[in-house]
Design a protein around this ligand. Structure first.
Ligand code: SAH
Length: 246
């Protein structure tokens, strides 16, 4: 189950933090580390701080975009010290561990961490189903990156240990993965532009709000077929055509 979890670090600037994050992961039994556009290379400092976890560094995947990193994940969580500009569902690390274990038997889970200097952008945070906030001292709530990774990985392990020796109740639900959701958002935006609901010159916040809505409810695969069918029918109507039944 822990193999289903990807730890994703975005734009990391300190190579030592990459090594410390690998160590934090391995102590808790996680092994999939993905770096998105890292500003630092995996170097001697990373290897020194990884200590016995340099195997994780060897297998680390480096990718160009966050979308690519999460494309095969059906549950996406982004870690952030509380962010006021986005009103997204927020989990504690404990809740995120339990939610992960409830779904890991069925699909991949991403946990995203931001840059040391300025965390994750709003666009990046909006790719997640949930935000995870470590309720730290409100006057000084920003943890070191690798220490935040440690706390999340520890909660994943605790939740995993709770499931050991207990029958795994596999989730029946097949959620749409992140790539499928992105295709849907592109289609939705195109359809709403065609109908004039969104005006290209003044798009406003509509797409962000719709993203929040659909990421919150977690769309299941058969539901997505209906949604895409509805969009196609809107597209046809906008073209002045109606479906001809055989
Ligand atoms: N100065 C940055 C914090 C960067 S810390 C900012 O204000 O956003 C690097 C990363 O560690 C963050 O992007 C986040 O993913 C994680 N992190 C640090 N403190 C956290 C907290 N209290 N809760 C959740 N994640 C946290």
């Amino acid at each position: 189950m822990l193999d289903q979890i990807k730890v994703i670090l975005v734009g990391t600037t300190h190579s030592g933090n990459i090594g410390s994050a690998a160590r934090a992961m391995k102590t808790m039994g996680l092994s999939n580390l993905v770096l998105v556009q890292p500003k630092a290379e995996i170097d001697g400092k990373s290897i020194a701080l990884a200590a016995g976890a340099s195997d994780i560094l060897k297998n680390t995947q480096i990718v160009d975009s966050l979308e690519q990193a999460i494309s095969d994940c059906q549950l996406v969580m982004a870690c952030s010290a509380r962010n006021r500009t986005l009103d997204w569902p927020v989990l504690t690390p404990r809740e995120s561990g339990r939610q992960t274990m409830a779904e890991a038997a069925k699909g991949k889970v991403a946990i995203i961490f931001g840059r040391e200097s300025n965390g994750l952008s709003n666009e990046e945070l909006q790719l997640a189903n949930y935000h995870v906030c470590i309720e730290a001292n409100p006057e000084y709530s920003s943890l070191n990156l690798a220490q935040a990774v440690q706390i999340l990985c520890y909660e994943m392990r605790c939740a995993y240990l709770e499931t050991v020796d207990k029958p795994v109740v596999e989730s029946e639900v097949d959620y749409v993965d992140s790539e499928g959701m992105e295709r849907f958002y592109t289609h939705l935006e195109q359809s709403l532009l065609k109908t004039g609901f969104i005006v290209k010159a003044h798009p406003g916040q509509v797409m962000n709000k719709l993203r929040r809505l659909f990421n919150r409810i977690r769309v299941e695969a058969p539901e997505m077929n209906i949604l895409r069918g509805i969009l196609s029918s809107i597209d046809r109507t906008a073209r002045g055509q109606t479906r001809v039944d055989k």
